[in-house]
Design a protein around this ligand. Structure first.
Ligand code: ADP
Length: 450
């Protein structure tokens, strides 16, 4: 496969900039795309070239495959990096890129198909001998059938959208009493968010940890893992703080989960960067949750402790190169990432778009701020309100927490409300400091963290 010379980044915000930074270091030209709402956005200024793709709603711009492909052709880009979200897990887009002779920097469409729908992924994983969260491998047709199955595996259960993502279309059900309303709301939320109301059932695991394994595969059949990320600090099933190593993993469990993640990737002939997500229960049994077939938001913590540039690796793999390492590197030190949002924790985390009148970004040793904003920038109200990911590295977890706190204390954003104080409260909370926090932690401590 030929060297990539020009990459169109089919995304916006911090991730578009993060991808472009690596491209520049590799001597690869960059092309941004932007909607009407993003004319003045930082990713547009960062790229060598920028192409307009439509009105503010992403359905009319960033998600329109033909517009993105036309932009790539017009710019003479030989590859497209999708970032995360938008078209990053869209198999039909991968096929369209292939048909247009443009390299998609990501896995093949067939691997996305195999892991796309949660029910299909679960069936594939069972076939491959990967432990999955107990539940169904097919969407459930009627509420009556769902009730029957729920009684069979025992409450509590989780109703989940087969086409789900972003924590949407998920309902915990305690018993038959609240079944009907949960069934109805899970289905309608799924239909709204994903255009697909298929719902299935998983056993609800009590107090689990979300631990995910970064995997990487090349086109020569090599598949490795790059250790785990602990992502149990979640609000409404969405990650807020991530760290690596996981404070609850022993070296044995790490290598066992790593092996299973590699097995999962091999089973679907995976290529590129991917993440196999697991739930770990109180007995430290682990179960496949889903695979994200793209670069994750939280990839910087893995970069900190491995010294690797995951975007550079993605590009090398897309160029047909072999992976430069054939086994998991020992994690060096500790890394923590916090997601900085333009939102108001005291008003139920309502997004707070608007103009940033003053901005001071933290610095100092081993601090990284992946941001998509600048002073004077107006955070639009049409996209995800995450404005930055602050990540730090230190030799130990204790020092990493102290460094993250120090960095957050330097972070000043005026003109809009952010969750910075909330993030500091999480890092200071005894349960977080102790290191054994499950996915219910932020929900339980909601009021003390305000
Ligand atoms: P999404 O694709 O929407 O992110 P996931 O399947 O990855 O959904 O789950 C997101 C989070 O929801 C998990 O990290 C976990 O906190 C919670 N969750 C999902 N399924 C279960 C389950 N069966 N039991 C307990 N918690 C769950």
């Amino acid at each position: 496969m030929p060297k990539i010379r020009k990459v169109l980044v089919a995304n916006r915000g911090e991730i578009a900039i993060r991808v472009m930074r690596t491209c520049k270091e590799l001597g690869i030209a960059t092309v941004a795309v932007y909607s009407e709402a993003d004319r003045a956005a930082l990713h547009v200024r960062t790229a060598d070239q920028a192409i307009f793709v439509g009105p503010p709603p992403s359905r009319e711009s960033y998600l329109v495959q033909q517009r993105i492909l036309d932009a790539a052709k017009a710019a003479g880009a030989d590859a497209i990096h999708p970032g995360y979200g938008f078209l990053s897990e869209n198999a039909s887009f991968v096929r369209a890129c292939e048909a247009a002779g443009i390299t998609f920097i990501g896995p093949p469409a067939s691997a996305m198909d195999a892991m796309g729908e949660k029910t299909r992924a679960r069936a594939n994983m069972i076939k491959a001998g990967v432990p999955v969260v107990p539940g169904t491998t097919e969407p459930i047709a009627t509420e009556a059938e769902a009730r029957e199955y729920a009684q069979k595996i025992g409450f509590p259960i989780m109703l989940k959208a087969a086409g789900g993502g972003g924590g949407k279309g998920m309902r915990r059900v305690e018993g038959l009493g609240d079944f009907e309303s949960a069934w109805r709301s899970a289905k309608s939320e799924a239909l709204n968010a994903f255009g697909n109301d298929a719902v299935y059932i998983e056993k609800y695991l009590e107090k689990p940890h979300h631990v995910e394994i970064q995997v990487f595969a090349d086109t020569h059949g090599n598949v490795i893992h790059l250790n785990e990320r602990e992502c149990s600090a979640q609000r409404r099933h969405q990650k807020v703080v991530e760290e690596t190593p996981s404070p609850i993993l022993t070296p044995e469990l790490r290598s066992k989960m790593g092996e299973v993640a590699v097995k999962a990737a091999k089973a679907v002939n995976y290529v590129g960067a991917g993440t196999v997500e697991f739930l770990v229960d109180v007995h430290r049994n682990f179960y496949f949750l889903e695979m994200n077939t793209r670069l994750q938001v939280e990839h910087p913590v893995t970069e900190w402790v491995t010294g690797l540039d995951l975007v550079a690796l993605q590009i090398k793999v897309a160029e047909g190169e072999k992976l430069p390492l054939l086994q998991a590197p020992e994690p060096q030190g500790h890394s923590i990432e916090v997601r900085v949002y333009a939102e108001d924790p005291s008003r139920n985390f309502m997004p707070s778009p608007g103009k940033i009148t003053y901005l001071r970004v933290p610095g100092g040793p081993n601090v990284r701020d992946d941001s998509g904003v600048f002073p004077g920038y107006t955070v639009p109200n049409v996209y995800d309100p995450m404005i930055s990911k602050l990540s730090v590295w230190a030799p130990t977890r204790r020092e990493a927490i102290a460094r993250a706190q120090r960095a957050l204390s330097e972070y000043v954003v005026k003109g809009i409300t952010t969750n910075i104080r909330y993030l500091r409260a999480i890092l200071a909370h005894p349960e977080f400091v102790e290191g054994d926090y499950d996915t219910g932690f932020l929900g339980r401590e909601h009021t003390t963290l305000q």
